[in-house]
Write a protein that binds this ligand. Structure first.
Ligand code: EPU
Length: 425
């Protein structure tokens, strides 16, 4: 177990480069299953989840080679693949569910362990399964596994209306539909840039998809897809985290290899808080020369404000002037991290899915524990502006979303070290 030890009080100044999006790369790796042959995926971040997805694909019969230096994943998919995703891998990474659609499409069946709840909430699969059933599949829950069988002649295209624009359900249905018989229409589909990324890779593979990036996606099934060479979209949540870091530390950061359009709502909020945001050749730049003003946020599916940036904005509000209301509409347990933030002296009151944050002039360094990736990022940002020393525990969560976080922070001027935890165990 490792911790980050942070001495607060330095401005962050300089340039930071963003790699590919975790939440896209993992799905692109699963997408490779749809085409026998050698798929190459670029800008795949060197995180534990990539190793877990690689292992999952190997157990399905693929040969997977990931090079952390070049960030290239090569996946050689055989003509015949297995159809079981084991509990020991799925429980470690919920994104394993991304193999569900490809497995049903390629093999006609899937046995995927149920991922269960996690630290940010219950996270159901009802929309994934209801959509597959509408396409003719039978779905049962057997001994902790979701067992899915397509009809003998394959899934049948249909009209699916999602109750909510779920990222995961949209992905499952997209990947199931590309090889189905006939036309599938996904209405109220998720529009996240990571969904667009998967659609673009599928199109390159030969899939027939229209309405990409809209909430009405139409897919005409094709008989076969081909392996491709594809580059992952940059990680908008990591880019947004650096943008908040610049604003909170009254710093000046150029964020390169990033698309500001993918986080325009968050950047508008930073401008409302007093920051200057400008575009640069390679991305964008965030500068701040004063204490931020507290700002209200409401999380919503894309293009609304991203839930994955909510903890970072609560951390910023905690040291801002004034008070703000933060409303979380996606994950009910995402406010758990507020208790940890309170250890630094933050004044936050939660009631259901609302959090009222009263900004304070100072936070006070203390030991805290990361409960999930984004909560961990929020706590590190808070530690950067707190007086004295903050030790963030359970940083394995942070490592799942931020490659070499402390190295980038150090280059930008932060005082942060990674150390072995001295915890009693
Ligand atoms: N939901 C259902 N039933 C379903 C599907 C979803 O009730 O069949 C509910 C979930 O319980 C949740 C909400 O709908 O309350 C949103 O779920 P969604 O399917 O949109 O999210 P996801 O696919 O589980 C992905 C990201 C999350 C990100 C969300 C929202 C991956 C691996 N995860 O999750 O990322 O917060 O979309 O944008 O892509 C993170 O990176 O820290 C992270 C949690």
């Amino acid at each position: 177990m490792e911790v980050f030890r942070i001495q607060g009080g330095t401005r962050l100044v300089g340039q930071v480069r963003i790699t590919g999006a975790k939440n896209s790369s993992l799905k692109l790796m699963a997408t490779a299953l749809l085409a026998p042959g050698l798929t190459t995926i670029r800008s795949v971040p060197n995180i534990l989840d990539v190793a877990i997805m690689a292992e999952l694909l190997r157990r399905l019969g693929c040969a997977v080679n990931y090079n952390p230096e070049t960030e290239v994943a090569q996946i050689n998919v055989p003509e015949t693949i297995e159809h079981r995703a084991d509990y020991d891998l799925v429980r470690r990474m919920r994104a394993s569910i991304a193999v569900l659609g490809p497995l049903v499409a390629r093999t006609g069946s899937a046995d995927v362990a149920l991922p269960g709840g996690d630290a940010i909430g219950s996270r159901g699969l009802d929309m994934h399964t209801a959509g597959l059933e509408r396409m003719g599949a039978t779905v049962t829950n057997e001994h902790g596994y979701l067992v899915v069988h397509a009809p003998t002649n394959g899934l049948v295209g249909t009209q699916v209306y999602l109750d909510f624009p779920s990222v995961g359900a949209t992905e499952t249905l997209l990947m199931a539909a590309v090889l189905a018989n006939g036309q599938t229409v996904i209405d109220n589909a998720a529009r996240e840039p990571e969904i667009v990324d998967i659609c673009q890779m599928l199109q390159k593979m030969g899939a027939n998809i229209s309405g990409v990036g809209s909430s009405l996606i139409t897919i005409e099934g094709v008989a076969k897809l081909n392996p491709v060479d594809y580059d992952t979209v940059p990680d908008r949540i990591v880019a947004g985290t650096w943008a908040v870091a610049a604003a909170m530390t009254q710093g000046d950061i150029e964020i390169t290899n990033a698309n500001p359009d993918h986080i325009s709502m968050a950047l508008d909020k930073l401008v409302a808080a007093g920051a200057q945001v400008s575009s640069s050749n390679a991305g964008f730049r965030v500068q701040m020369d004063r204490r931020p003003k507290a700002i209200d946020i409401v999380t919503l599916p894309y293009p609304g404000f991203a839930t994955d940036l909510q903890p970072q904005f609560i951390a910023m509000n905690a040291i801002s002037e004034g008070q703000a209301m933060v409303t979380e509409n996606l994950f009910e347990a995402r406010f758990r991290f507020v208790q940890e933030l309170s250890r630094l002296g933050a004044e936050v009151r939660t009631d259901g899915h609302h959090a009222l944050v009263r900004g304070r002039a100072n936070l006070s360094g203390a030991p805290v524990e990361a409960t999930d990736i984004r909560a961990g990022a929020g706590l590190v940002l808070a530690g950067l502006v707190a007086d004295g020393e903050t030790v963030v525990h359970a940083i394995e969560h942070i490592d799942r979303g931020y490659v070499g976080f402390e190295k980038d922070l150090t280059r930008l001027g932060a005082k942060i070290t990674r150390e072995k935890s001295q915890d009693f165990s």
